[in-house]
Design a protein around this ligand. Structure first.
Ligand code: FNR
Length: 364
């Protein structure tokens, strides 16, 4: 191992948790929850168990309510069966000495009427359809046109987050990550390309931060701040969510998160899964505006990760696609061994194929 790569394998204190290395498993939707109950299964637990050598794992996004679901077969965290399923996942990861946070998700307008309670319209900040697709029973479909949440309804959605946070705690995971990225509900309030509200949840930066911070405060009513992180994608155009001046909203947001003592922000630098330089944005300044840990993500390689850590641009590096195809990613990065290539055809849905059958080095 090259001496300078040591930094990837140095321990890190995240909140009150001691991480064995700087390598985070990024949240990855795999759409393999049990049909009907949308609860994690023994197969899901095995998948996470295989990847438990990560510094910590952020689970695939888990919807906080049926309304918060946007894709078929994604796991929820709002029913007892789902809590039981997540407990199996947490136990499997803990059995290997690993750590796992659940990512709390409400997709907002990135949904389809066939997934919504009583076949109704999905909800969002404003009644503007995203130019985006989702997966429903039977295949891809354009997302449905949403309705704008009534002002008086927002407290109910915040309460759904709070209950989900409580459920995550009962499931025995180590913490929660609030999904504020990728054009889902929280991002739909943050970004002015989507949020056209005229009430106290839209317009000014202060107003656009109101719902996201209400969610954070609700979660902090359940979890110690040292066990809470938030994911953000300031310039990612994912799911058609853009802002005309992202630094104006994201710098005050992370300052507010820092004031609340959140353990970390998890930042997708650039377009999610795409180019890192889609729009000018000072990620180093964002890092410096926040008092907790900075988890960097997006198209990191071993070399880029070492460079970012060594230069002090990040505390931890999250890897997404490499973790899909390399259960022993930490070991492979340590050995500088070749990586298995991920197969996009098996990313979403299906069974063990392309899920738990990627080989570890020790299998060779
Ligand atoms: C993702 N990504 C993602 N992000 C997130 O916040 N919650 C999620 O559930 C998912 N699901 C998901 C599924 C699949 C199959 C992919 C490929 C990606 C985004 C992911 O966490 C990460 O930001 C990107 O993959 C970029 O990182 P890498 O893959 O370049 O390391």
């Amino acid at each position: 191992m090259a001496a300078d790569a040591e930094i990837l394998f140095s321990p890190f204190t995240l909140g009150d948790l001691r991480l064995p290395n700087r390598i985070v498993m990024a949240p990855l939707t795999r759409s393999r929850a049990r049909k009907g109950a949308l609860a994690p299964t023994a197969l899901n637990a095995e998948y996470y168990r295989q990847r438990a050598s990560a510094g910590f794992i952020v689970s695939e996004a888990s919807q906080i309510s049926q309304e918060g679901q946007g894709y078929v077969s994604t796991p929820g965290i709002y029913s007892e069966a789902q809590v039981e399923g997540w407990r199996k996942v947490a136990d499997a990861v803990h059995g290997e000495g690993g750590l796992i946070f659940i990512q709390l998700w409400h997709v907002g307008r990135v949904s389809h009427v066939s997934l919504q309670p009583s076949g109704g319209a999905p909800v969002s900040s404003s009644a503007i359809a995203a130019r985006a697709e989702t997966f429903v029973e039977g295949g891809r479909a354009p997302v449905s046109t949403p309705r704008a949440l009534e002002t008086a309804e927002i407290g109910r959605v915040v309460e759904d987050y709070r209950r989900a946070a409580e459920n995550a705690k009962r499931a025995g995971v180590d913490g929660v990550e609030i999904h504020g990225a990728n054009g889902y509900l929280i991002d739909q309030f943050l970004k002015n390309g989507v949020n056209r509200r005229t009430d106290e949840y839209g317009g000014s930066v202060e107003n656009r931060l109101r719902f996201p911070l209400a969610v954070v405060d609700a979660v902090l009513g359940v979890w110690d701040r040292r066990r809470v992180g938030m994911r953000l994608s300031p310039v990612s155009p994912a799911n058609d969510a853009t802002d005309s001046a992202p630094e104006k909203v994201f710098f005050p947001l992370v300052e507010a998160l820092g004031a609340r003592g959140l353990a970390y922000i998890h930042v997708i630098e650039g377009a999610t899964g795409g180019p890192r330089d889609v729009a000018p944005f000072d990620f180093l300044k964002l890092r410096k505006s926040f008092s907790g840990a900075y988890v960097a993500n997006n198209a990191y390689t071993r070399a880029l990760a070492v460079e970012a850590l060594a230069a002090g641009r990040a505390d931890l590096i999250a890897f997404g696609r490499p973790f899909i195809s390399n259960p022993d990613l930490v070991e492979r990065l340590r050995e500088d061994a070749p990586l298995n290539a991920p197969d996009p055809d098996t990313f979403y849905g299906g069974d063990a194929e392309g899920y738990t059958d990627y080989p570890a080095l020790s299998d060779a």
